[in-house]
Design a protein around this ligand. Structure first.
Ligand code: XMP
Length: 326
């Protein structure tokens, strides 16, 4: 039987009971596969790797070694949440690497979006490899591969399209959720006790804020972008929009426009709000957001985020516009 093919009669996991049953089965399978050996896992803060981490902590406890690389392009509070959930709550064996400076130094002056993506992906592999080499007794690598990854891209997780680890660092793979669809992974995550915000997290590109801080990334503009994004998320949450809108974020382009603040002329960045609804991300529509909500977000960004003097709402559907700006 092809272990990468979902059996036709496999029941969809829609309830806590079904999730618990799946978890018990996978815990047994993982224990059988890895015995008392150690397993390495990169956790990004995304749904899939978080669910795999929680499942493996349940199965093998401290024999799971998690690495979280903060590339400096995470949204506000995300790395902190990874540490809080996995280190403090689940008592997982977590190595936290703040590689912000390495990534931002490599990205300095780089304007081409695909080059930025490649740099971020390649640097991620390099940091992970360095850490993996320090750990001498690991034979297994866990991955948050899910069924759409197998269907769409030959089982390769799409975050980092820059190849994988070098040949001398080959591990046996542990992929407990590889036959599940996204909605099922979320149900399993909830049954494992992961926080709602982590399990229901909207899609977030591997290169993170790196493709939303348009053009050459600078620390000050990245900071403004992150703060504006946090305000948008907070206000969407308060307005009950987080569950209703598929993906939403801010973008800060690399040009300035004139403004006036406290009677003085300023030359600051614009901030674009992007919100979309879609089924498969191939096409997308723009939700009608209540004007009062947009105004509140605008007032907060203009009042609280240094360096921004205009806020715009992107009304463009996909296509012709893509969801991300670059
Ligand atoms: P676009 O911009 O192509 O986005 O309409 C479609 C979906 O893909 C996400 N996206 C990415 N995800 N690495 C990722 O892991 C990337 O480089 C990347 N670029 C876009 C985007 O956020 C949206 O959900």
């Amino acid at each position: 039987m092809d272990s990468n093919k979902r059996p036709e009669d496999m029941q969809r996991i829609t309830t806590k009971e079904l999730a618990d049953e799946f978890i018990n089965q996978e815990v047994e399978k993982v224990r059988k596969q890895v015995g008392n050996k150690k397993v390495l896992l990169a956790i990004s803060g995304g749904v899939d790797s978080s669910v795999v981490a929680a499942l493996l902590v349940k199965a093998i406890g401290k024999n799971l070694v998690c690495i979280h690389v903060n590339h400096g392009l995470m949204r506000k509070g995300e790395s902190e949440q990874v540490i809080e959930v996995f280190k403090n709550k689940l008592d997982a064996n977590l190595i936290y690497i703040d590689a912000t400076d390495r990534f931002l130094d490599k990205l300095a002056g780089v304007t081409d979006p695909e080059t930025k993506r490649k740099i971020i992906g390649a640097e991620f592999i390099r940091v992970f490899e360095e850490e993996a080499r320090k750990l001498t007794d690991i034979e297994f690598l866990a991955q948050g591969t899910i069924y759409p990854d197998i269907l769409e891209s030959d089982g390769v997780k799409a975050h980092h399209n820059v190849g994988g680890l070098p040949d001398d660092l080959k591990f046996e793979l542990v992929e407990p959720v590889k036959l599940l669809f996204k909605d099922e992974v979320r149900v399993v995550g909830q049954a494992l006790g992961l926080p709602y915000s982590m399990v229901q997290r909207q899609p977030f590109p591997g290169p993170g804020l790196g493709v939303r801080c348009l053009g050459a990334i600078t620390r000050d503009r990245l900071h403004a972008l992150r703060e504006a994004d946090a305000i948008l998320r907070e206000e969407f949450d308060k307005a009950g929009l987080t569950e209703k809108v598929w993906q939403f974020f801010t973008v800060v382009p690399d040009f300035r426009s004139t403004g006036v603040r406290n009677g003085k002329r300023v030359f600051d960045w614009p901030c674009i709000i992007r919100a979309v609804n879609t089924v498969d991300a191939m096409s997308a529509t723009v939700p009608e957001i209540d004007y009062a909500i947009l105004k509140k977000i605008t007032d907060r960004i203009l009042g609280e985020v240094y360096g921004i003097c205009r806020v715009l709402y992107d009304l463009s559907p996909k296509g012709p516009a893509t969801i991300e700006w670059e």
